[in-house]
Design a protein around this ligand. Structure first.
Ligand code: HDL
Ligand code: ZN
Length: 424
């Protein structure tokens, strides 16, 4: 029998220590293994020009969008540092993230200029920095976002042996299909160029096109050894619907996932490019139709769906829906929800409605070092919420042991994912 938890102080210490010491499986990131070369972003200039900070600097900056985008990456970083960190206090979540990262990498918080940080990075290679960051963040593995419609990534997968690209076991692939499901006209033209016999005017019953799209998805699942297939969907997404997206999901993507015994990840509620002048920072949130998720879970009981939604207003109904469908796994506090106040509110509600059967967080990291702050900030909140839940069962006389906490935290931060994708 392991240590019996009897006091609230002992409980908080045990939970905090266990959450910090449990290595993370980060199920959705935009990171790449070092073998992908420049695809893997790192460094102070990349951290400061993260699109979250671009959105924030443009609220203060005297520069026009054109003037800002006309600056070099370094000049953009210098401008963001000057405006958001020196002329204003950096307490927004994205700004504070840079400070947490610098702190945990042992760098001074407010260097006289960015050259101090750039000099520090010169002593690292991509590979040694990955080692340092994964160790500092206590992350054991991440899932990438891999897009076969991105010409540069496509040619990398086709030119290098997949074993070469997948040789770092800390990096797993996810097949991202946004262009296929959200822009069929353009994607169908690309598929035809690549030798897939598909019609742009895709109709029910077009068995040849359906078979060819399914072949495309199946081939890329295999090439990448994808752990899941993913797509982000607009707040206007409905299912079923008389549109090509529904046809492709029903007849191509979900059957291909079934065949490979992997889930489909749905990330729902993004209104892309409401302000194109902001570039990657120009996307917005919109409340989505939870019935689309309900209908998918119902129509495909043998398929599994990893789902996260961008709107705060969708969180409660998504958690209740997960109580109705065991093939639905709720994950993360996506994008604008990835702030301590929302992580607390949403995680508490999920723990109350779903217990331990949830994946409470992913980082969405785009720049390698973001793993440090995103997980530092999230661990703190998840540990606090978890302690509150445990305290309630202690108060009800439940004999809680330290090993119970270790088991539950390992489930929440890793094992729930591996079990759900049938790899454990
Ligand atoms: O579509 C996505 O995967 C989103 O996470 C977008 O990449 C978004 O720009 C982002 O990075 N959010 O954190
Ligand atoms: Zn993402």
């Amino acid at each position: 029998m392991s240590e019996l938890i009897v006091s609230s102080t002992q409980l908080k210490d045990s939970v905090s220590r266990t959450v910090n010491e449990t290595a993370i499986t980060d199920i959705h990131t935009h990171l790449y293994a070092p073998q992908f070369g420049d695809f893997l972003l790192y460094g102070i200039d990349e951290q400061l020009t993260y699109h979250y900070l671009v959105a924030e600097v443009m609220r203060h900056s005297p520069l026009s969008y054109e003037e800002f985008w006309g600056l070099s990456k370094r000049q953009q970083a210098e401008h963001i540092w000057q405006v958001l960190f020196l002329e204003h206090s950096p307490y927004s979540e994205a700004c504070r993230g840079v400070l947490t990262t610098l702190q945990h990498l042992g760098l001074e918080a407010k260097a006289c200029n960015l050259e101090v940080y750039r000099e520090w990075y010169r002593s690292y290679t991509r590979e040694t920095l990955v080692d340092l960051v994964f160790q500092t963040a206590n992350v054991k593995e991440v899932v990438m976002t891999n897009d076969p419609f991105d010409e540069a990534e496509r040619s990398l997968w086709l030119s290098q042996s997949s074993d070469q690209l997948r040789k770092d076991a800390r990096f797993h692939a996810a097949l991202r299909l946004d262009p296929l499901l959200n822009d069929w006209p353009a994607s169908s033209r690309k598929l035809r160029e690549w030798g897939y016999d598909v019609k742009e005017d895709l109709l029910e019953g077009d068995e040849r096109s359906i078979a060819e799209v399914t072949r495309f998805v199946t081939e890329w699942i295999g090439r990448m050894n994808a752990l899941y297939v993913a797509v982000s969907l607009p707040n206007s997404f409905h299912y079923p619907f008389e549109d090509t997206r529904s046809l492709l999901m029903r007849h191509c993507v979900i059957p291909a996932c079934s065949q490979a015994d992997i889930p489909l990840a749905l990330m729902i509620g993004v209104k892309r490019q409401v302000n194109p002048s902001l570039g990657p920072a120009g996307d917005m949130v919109g409340r989505a139709d939870i019935e689309a998720v309900e209908r998918l879970c119902w129509e495909f009981p043998n398929n599994r769906f990893l789902v996260t939604m961008l709107s705060r207003e969708n969180q409660y109904e998504l958690a209740v829906l997960a109580r109705k469908f065991r093939n639905l796994m709720v994950f993360g506090n996506w994008w604008f929800l990835n702030t301590p106040s929302f992580i607390k509110e949403i995680t508490q509600m999920r723990f109350e409605l779903l217990g331990t059967s949830v994946i409470p967080q992913h980082s969405d990291a785009r720049i390698l070092e973001q793993l440090v702050y995103k997980w530092n900030h999230s661990r703190r909140v998840i540990a606090s919420v978890l302690s509150e839940q445990y305290q309630k069962i202690l108060d009800a006389g439940w004999p809680l042991e330290a090993d119970d906490i270790k088991r539950d935290v390992a489930d929440l931060l890793s094992n729930n994912f591996w079990r759900f994708i049938h790899r454990k």
